[in-house]
Design a protein around this ligand. Sequence first.
Ligand code: HEC
Length: 173
Amino acid sequence: MLNANVPPSVPPLNQKNKALAALVAGIVLLVAMAGIRNIQPLLDSSLGALNVDPNMVPLVTGDEPIQELFVRAGCPVCHQIPGIVGAKGQVGPPLWLGKTGEARLADPEYRGQAQTVREYIVESVVSPGTYVVPGFPADTMPVWYGRKLSAGALDKIASYLEQAVEESAPRSP
Ligand code: HEC
């Protein structure tokens, strides 16, 4: 490769350098093209991880109104949630489990314990690694919700999300 005794700017090496530079540029381009679909979620997930710090999330008791409950828990940072103002996150799947829940349970890749959509939601929140929704990044959803959400809060989340369906009209901002 590069001859250590000759500074790279010396003319005889120039051609070689150009070829090398072209090769490197080609590789970079190939990698970028192959990875381009995955770059946005990666960016989003690092943003999300920055924004949701367990120390900043207070214990959610379940006595809060549903809007406040979701906001306090930080779910809107990563998820779109029908009916929750400001919940437009794109890191994770939209939380309309009334629409998608049955398909999760029916997925041959699903290896969790849940028998119902409601159980699936609780499992997804307290043990996100059990099943990773295809097309979304693993190890991104926080793993500490079991410690931050009371049983009542989890119950409220599950009842809400199991009924949530895709909104037909876009929400006003
Ligand atoms: C830092 C980003 C992030 C936060 C915050 C977050 N999630 Fe998630 N969540 C994800 C990602 C990414 C996935 C998809 C990968 C997976 O299944 O683990 C996911 C998956 C889920 C699923 C499964 C969805 C499906 O369609 O099967 C549920 C349910 C869920 N999250 C609920 C919540 C709730 C409720 C909160 C707040 C208490 C929350 N998430 C907070 C990133 C996040």
